[in-house]
Design a protein around this ligand. Structure first.
Ligand code: G1P
Length: 297
C-alpha cells in the first residue's frame, strides 16, 4: 500500500562536537561517507519512500547544507564545457533530489524542540522525522514499512533496533508488547538514555519516526528532560501512555544494516562497509583490506 505522506523533517542543527576539529567550520552533516555527504543519504532515503517535501531544521554555520542542495552555476558550466557529463550528473542529482525547505532552530534546546520548529510547515498531517546521524542501507527496507504501519494503525511509529545491553544507555529505550506481526511491537513505555544497567529492554530507538501532528501539542508542554533538553522521547512516552491523543505508539523492529555516522568509530566502519560493496571501489578495497587485516596483531 503506497503511503500518502509527503513530508519529511530532518533535524540538522547539532554542533557535531564529537568530530572537532573537522566540524569547526563545516556542518557535521556534510562529512563525506565514501563520496557523498552523510545528509544526502538521508534525503535520498526520504525521497525513495515518497517523501519529496523535506524540511531541514538547521542553525548557524549550516549554509554549506543549503548550498549542497542548490545549483552551482560556475561548476556546472565548467563541467558542461569539458563535456564531463558523468560528474555533471552527480552535481545535478543532489540539486534536483527533493523540494527542500529550511527553518532555523535558534536555541539548541534538544531534539523535541527541533521537531517542534516544523509545526508551521507540517500543518495537520502525519510526517516522518529522519535523524541525520543514522544511515539506513538502501538495500534494506525500513521507512516504507513504517509509513505503511502508520497508515494501517493511524498511530505513531518509531524504528527500533536490538542493541547490546552494554550500549542501551546511549539511546531511547522502549518497553514493548508483541503484536500479531513479527516485526511490529506495541510500545508501552519509553525512556531517554537510561542509566547504565537500568534499560527496560534491548530495543533502542534509532533515528526514524513517523509522527501524527498531535505530537506538536505534546511537545509544546514537554518539560526539559535528560541533559536539560526537550526530548522527543519524553513526548512519545506521553503518547504511548495515552492512546486517546494520537492512537498509541508502535515500533517497527529493523533487522537490516544501519550505520551510525555520529560516532567516530562507527563512522569509519560505515565508510568501509559501504565502500567494499561498491562496484567502483570494492574490487580495489577488498584485497587490500584482507592484506591489511592479516598483518594486524
Ligand atoms: C537521539 C534520541 C534517542 C535515539 C537516538 C538515535 O539521541 O534522543 O532517543 O535513540 O537519537 O540515534 P542522540 O543520538 O541525538 O543523542
Amino acid at each position: 500500500m503506497p503511503s500518502n505522506l509527503t513530508k519529511a523533517v530532518i533535524p540538522a542543527a547539532g554542533l557535531g562536537t564529537r568530530f572537532l576539529p573537522a566540524t569547526k567550520a563545516m556542518p557535521k552533516e556534510m562529512l563525506p561517507v565514501v563520496d557523498k555527504p552523510a545528509i544526502q543519504y538521508v534525503v535520498e532515503e526520504a525521497v525513495k519512500a515518497g517523501l519529496k517535501d523535506v524540511l531541514m531544521i538547521t542553525g548557524r554555520n549550516k549554509t554549506a547544507l543549503e548550498n549542497h542542495f542548490d545549483r552551482v552555476a560556475e561548476l556546472e558550466a565548467t563541467l558542461e564545457k569539458k563535456g564531463d557529463h558523468e560528474k555533471l550528473e552527480k552535481v545535478n542529482f543532489s540539486t534536483d533530489l527533493a523540494d527542500l525547505h529550511y527553518v532555523r532552530q535558534g536555541d539548541p534546546k534538544g531534539l523535541g524542540h527541533a521537531v517542534l520548529r516544523a509545526k508551521m510547515h507540517v500543518g495537520d498531517e502525519p510526517f516522518a522525522v529522519l535523524l541525520g546521524d543514522d544511515i539506513i542501507d538502501d538495500r534494506d527496507v525500513l521507512l516504507e514499512r513504517m509509513l505503511e504501519q502508520q497508515q494501517t494503525r493511524n498511530a505513531t511509529i518509531v524504528a527500533l533496533l536490538e542493541v547490546d545491553p552494554s550500549v542501551a544507555h546511549m539511546y531511547g529505550v522502549a518497553t514493548v508488547e508483541p503484536t500479531d506481526e513479527d516485526d511490529v511491537v506495541k510500545i508501552t513505555g519509553l525512556v531517554e538514555k537510561p542509566a547504565k544497567g537500568t534499560a527496560p529492554s534491548n530495543l533502542a530507538v534509532i533515528g526514524r519516526y513517523v509522527l501524527r501532528p498531535e505530537v506538536f501539542e505534546v511537545l509544546e508542554r514537554t518539560e526539559p528532560g535528560k541533559g536539560g533538553e526537550i526530548q522527543l522521547t519524553d513526548a512519545l512516552q506521553e503518547l504511548a501512555g495515552d492512546e486517546s491523543i494520537a492512537g498509541g505508539v508502535y515500533g517497527v523492529v529493523f533487522r537490516g544494516r544501519r550505520y551510525d555516522t555520529g560516532d567516530r568509530l562507527d563512522y569509519i566502519k560505515a565508510i568501509v562497509q559501504l565502500a567494499v560493496d561498491r562496484e567502483d571501489l570494492g574490487p580495489g578495497l577488498r584485497p587490500w583490506l584482507k592484506d591489511f587485516v592479516g598483518e594486524l596483531d
